[in-house]
Structures are given as C-alpha cells and as structure tokens.
Design a protein around this ligand. Structure first.
Ligand code: SF4
Length: 408
C-alpha cells in the first residue's frame, strides 16, 4: 500500500491539556491543604497517589529544563554549590533551577515546583536520585525515605521481590504520618489497576512503531510519554492513551509514516538529548530514517503490576526495568527489540553525566554487532548539558551512519 502523508498527532492537544491540568493541580495542591511527595521516575508512585498526595517527579522537571534549554545556564549554579559537573545533569539543572528560582513551570503562568513534604526515592536507576532528594530534605528539613534496589540484576527471584516489597511496605507508616491519612488497601489496588492499564496502553503506543512504515518515532515518544511518567495510576492517563492508541491504529490502517519515505529503521539506546530533540528529529526526517524504538521510552512499561498483589507486584515491576539489569539481560532485550522492530542499526547515546543509562562503555555495541550483524554508532553527548554535545560532529556522524546502513 502507498504511504499516506504525515500529519501531526491530533491527540497532542489533548495531551497538552492533560499535562496542563496535572501541573495546575500540582502547584495549587498545597494551598488546598494537600501534601506533596516528590517521587523518582520509577519510585512507588501508586502508593503516593493512593495516600492522596500531590505527586511531583523532579526528573520530569529535569527533562523540561533540558528541552527548554534552560539547563545549560542553570547547571553552573549547582556546580558552584558543590555538585560536580560530572554528575547527573538532571540533578544539577534542577538544583540550579531551585537556587535561581527559575523553572519552565513558571512559563505556564504557574508557581514553580511545589515544595516537598516528603521525598521518596528508588535507587533502581542510580544513586544520584537519593543524593538529589537528600539535598532538598536538608534544605526543607523534611523526611527523605526510599527503596534501595540492587543494580545489575539478572533473574528477578523471590528473594529479591520479598526484599524490595518489604522496603515498599515499610514506607507506608512514615508516609501515613506525613499525609495524616491511613492507607486504604482498596484504593491502592484501584491505583495499581489504573497504573497497569496505563502501562498496557503505553506499550501499545510504542508497539505501533514495529509497523512498516512506523507511524510513531522515538522523538514523538519522548513527548507522548509525559502522562505515563507523571500520571500513571490516574484515570486521566488511561483516558489519554486510549485516544492516542486509536489514532495510531488509524495511522497503521492508513499506512501513515512518521517519516515519509522511510528507508532505514534505527534503535536509540540511552538517554534523549533533550535540548536537541527537534533538530535531531529533523535530520532523521531528511535522511528518511525512522528512529522506531528506544530503551528510554520503553522504560515506563511495567508488565508485572498486578492489583491483586500490589506491594509484591510493584516490587517486581520496579526491579525489572532495563536500567537496573545485568548486561546479559540488556543484550537479550536489545536483540529482541531489533528483531521485533526490524532494526537496521543501533545508535548508542553515551551521555556524559549519566553512566547509569549509557550502555556503550563495556563493549556492548561490539558484542551486539557481532551477534546481530548490524552496524552501530556511538554519539557522545548528554541529556541536559549541551556543553558536552557537539551538534556538528553528531550531524556528520549520523549522516555517515545512514550512508553506511544504506550500503549494507
Ligand atoms: S538515571 Fe541518569 S539521568 Fe536519571 S537520575 Fe540517574 S543519573 Fe540522572
């Protein structure tokens, strides 16, 4: 079937409204007597929503600082305060934003991020999140509690699930104390059920990229993932993704390509370069190359969630994410993705300030190239600190990579 011309997603306006409502309620919550919990992106959000908290995700704020390009000016403020330029640039840009009192949320004509009454981390992704939250806990003299998850996990066994579930359960009492409310087990099951529904819909969104031509790219995904990150466990996220999935199904039926004339399909491994998403998307579009899948966007798929067993299923889901798994698991995962999405080449983003989500430093690209027989490219850059990214060099390297792939 011939390809139909590309249109922007009609659902995006709806997504903007959903995110606008989230930020409005989040920033107005404290005035209405709601307590605010800060939560890491793969922290126990379901528990916090079930307890009636305003739930705020600083990594989402970090991404906004990157995408709005405010980060590069703000990072030096955190460096001057004692946070190294080599550590997570979400952390340094967010701390810089706090020190300067400037946030992209203010551009929505809302007050900045709400002050935390409690900060809740999960170290499944890195240690930086705990250090980041402890900074604010000291600033505001509020509790900072969380889950310590091991890294480089192979198989998820019962011992691990018990260990993590026990830590999540231990959060209930201190969280009830701050919230001034008791946890209702039925409400928790309801929130986990909504989270599960959200995750299943988000998975369908990303799986649409497996179609040829792909109706959605990684760059669309980084925009569309907002509700899956900050609103999982709510009806708003579920309602939104139902609309987006319907639109994507229609695109597939009509053979609408996200990249017209798609001739190459790439897998993006690692963090986005938030401040350069639109120029990268444009370059790939010009090269008729579709970035059809990524580890990053898939990190918000939590297959294991189960409302009939909330604590243990949260433990399993949050310990199953790619970032905290062993290299053997990661290789197997990428091999499956390459096959499922019919990938021609893999691009690894080596993000200078996020070694935790850069998987090209221990020979993985070479091993996978040998196993899969497809080329790879390593792009040096960063998620937020654009001083670590050379636009010219990246452009040239991507161009050469596309030529190489066309020649193979
Ligand atoms: S995983 Fe990387 S980007 Fe995310 S908080 Fe940790 S260091 Fe920062």
């Amino acid at each position: 079937m011939a390809e139909a011309p590309r249109r922007d997603f009609e659902a995006t306006n709806q997504m903007k409204a959903v995110m606008g409502k989230y930020f409005t309620e989040l920033t107005q919550g404290p005035e209405q007597g709601k307590k605010t919990a800060w939560c890491t992106s793969v922290g126990p959000a379901e528990l916090l929503y079930a307890l009636g908290y305003n739930v705020y995700f600083p990594e989402n704020h970090g991404a906004m600082l990157g995408a709005s390009r405010m980060a590069t000016d703000l990072i030096p403020l955190a460096n001057a305060r004692g946070f190294s330029p080599d550590i997570c640039s979400y952390l340094t840009s967010d701390v810089g934003s706090y020190l300067k009192g400037e946030s992209p949320i203010q551009k929505m004509k809302l007050p900045g991020p709400p002050k935390a009454d409690v900060l809740v981390f999960n170290t499944n992704q890195c240690r930086d999140v705990k250090d980041w939250f402890q900074f604010y806990a000291r600033e505001w003299n509020v509790p900072c509690i969380g889950v310590h998850t091991p890294r480089s996990i192979g198989e998820i066994d019962q011992t691990l699930v018990d260990y993590i579930a026990g830590q999540i359960e231990a959060l209930v009492e201190p969280l009830e104390k701050v919230a001034g409310a008791k946890l209702d087990p039925d409400r928790l099951r309801e929130v986990v059920a909504l989270s599960k529904e959200c995750t299943e819909l988000w998975k369908q969104v990303l799986l649409a990229g497996a179609n040829k031509p792909a109706p959605i790219t990684f760059f669309d995904g980084t925009i569309q993932m907002g509700p899956a990150v900050v609103l999982r466990g709510t009806q708003d996220a579920v309602d939104y993704y139902k609309i987006l999935v319907a639109e994507l199904n229609q695109r597939v039926a009509d053979s609408v390509a996200a990249v017209e004339g798609e001739r190459l399909r790439i897998y993006w491994e690692g963090m986005p370069v938030w401040g350069k998403l639109s120029s990268l998307a444009k370059q790939f579009m010009e090269l008729k190359t579709s970035v059809v899948a990524s580890t990053y966007c898939n990190s918000w798929i939590f297959d294991a969630l189960d409302p009939s067993d909330p604590f243990r299923s949260m433990a399993r889901a949050y310990s199953s994410i790619f970032i905290c798994r062993s290299d053997d698991f990661k290789e197997q995962y990428i091999r499956r993705m390459v096959e499922q999405y019919q990938i021609d080449g893999i691009l690894y983003h080596d993000a200078k300030t996020c070694p935790n989500n850069s998987n090209c430093r221990y020979e993985m690209p070479q091993r996978l190239q040998q196993q899969l027989g497809i080329p790879y490219l390593v792009v040096n850059g960063d998620l937020n600190d654009l001083r670590l990214y050379s636009e010219e060099q990246t452009r040239t390297n991507i161009e050469a990579f596309a030529e190489q792939l066309l020649g193979t």
